[in-house]
Ligand binder design. Structure first.
Ligand code: SF4
Length: 245
């Protein structure tokens, strides 16, 4: 019996729309393989950074806000100077915002010290100087987005919270998707970031994937030949498939 035209055409449309959705079959074995190789790589190559020696939510927040748009080597001296001057939420909240801006110089993007100051004021007023750990409460602060909330939850509170910054987007897109514009696939990438975290290891996993994106799977010169993911990375080898821009 032939199918009515309307149903047939709807079915074709459905098939086509399914085809356009990037499929990522993340089997348990693929997950384990990525996790194991990433964490092994991190043990050998992970960076020794000052904000990895603390779990103080204030210090983690300061480092995360500074690292938005600024390279690690420029952030390190400013991070120490800023904390000497404003060692806690209370001291930052009490400081005039113009002074905070001056201390921030020359990092740039002056909206960042203002936001940090406003987060400090809110933390003192609403939470007695203790940053909350719940995602919805963190996200209610002006200046704390999904990435920063995830970073605070995993680096300060040791939770298995996903993060998605430029480095993480690049690594996950290259290894698991390879097609399309990463900017339009954030939902899928957030899902991947969350699904890949090994239980109880959110802190190490998130630090590892950021280092991996900054040092191995870099934007322009990824070291594909030495990469532990090359046997299953969908973009390997980057140079041949995509060329350098
Ligand atoms: S093989 Fe190349 S593109 Fe793939 S994850 Fe490794 S460095 Fe990145």
């Amino acid at each position: 019996m032939s199918m009515p035209t309307t149903i047939r055409s709807r079915t074709t449309a459905q098939r086509n729309s399914k085809r356009s959705v990037p499929r990522t079959r993340l089997t348990a074995a693929a997950k384990r393989r990525f996790q194991t190789r990433l964490l092994n790589w991190y043990r050998k190559h992970g960076r020794d950074l000052p904000w990895r020696k603390t779990s103080d939510p204030y210090r983690i927040l300061v480092s995360e806000v500074m690292l938005q748009q600024t390279q690690v080597d420029r952030v390190i001296p400013k991070y120490h100077e800023f904390l000497r001057r404003y060692p806690s939420f209370e001291e930052l909240a009490e400081a005039p915002v113009a002074d905070v801006r001056k201390t921030w110089y020359p990092l740039g993007y002056n909206i960042r010290p203002e936001r940090l100051h406003s987060i400090a004021c809110e933390t003192v007023e609403r939470y007695g100087g203790e940053l909350p750990r719940a995602a919805d409460e963190l996200l209610s602060f002006k200046g704390i987005g999904r990435y920063t909330a995830g970073a605070i939850r995993s680096f300060a509170f040791n939770e298995d919270a996903p993060i998605l910054d430029t480095n993480v987007i690049r690594v996950l897109h290259r290894v698991f998707l390879a097609k399309g514009n990463p900017k339009t696939q954030k939902t899928k990438l957030w899902e991947l970031s969350e699904a890949l975290i090994p239980r109880g290891k959110g802190y190490d996993f998130n630090q590892a994937i950021m280092d991996f994106g900054a040092m191995c799977c870099t934007a322009r010169n990824p070291t594909c030949r030495q990469c532990p993911m090359k046997s299953f990375c969908k973009t390997y080898p980057f140079d041949v498939k995509h060329g350098r821009r």
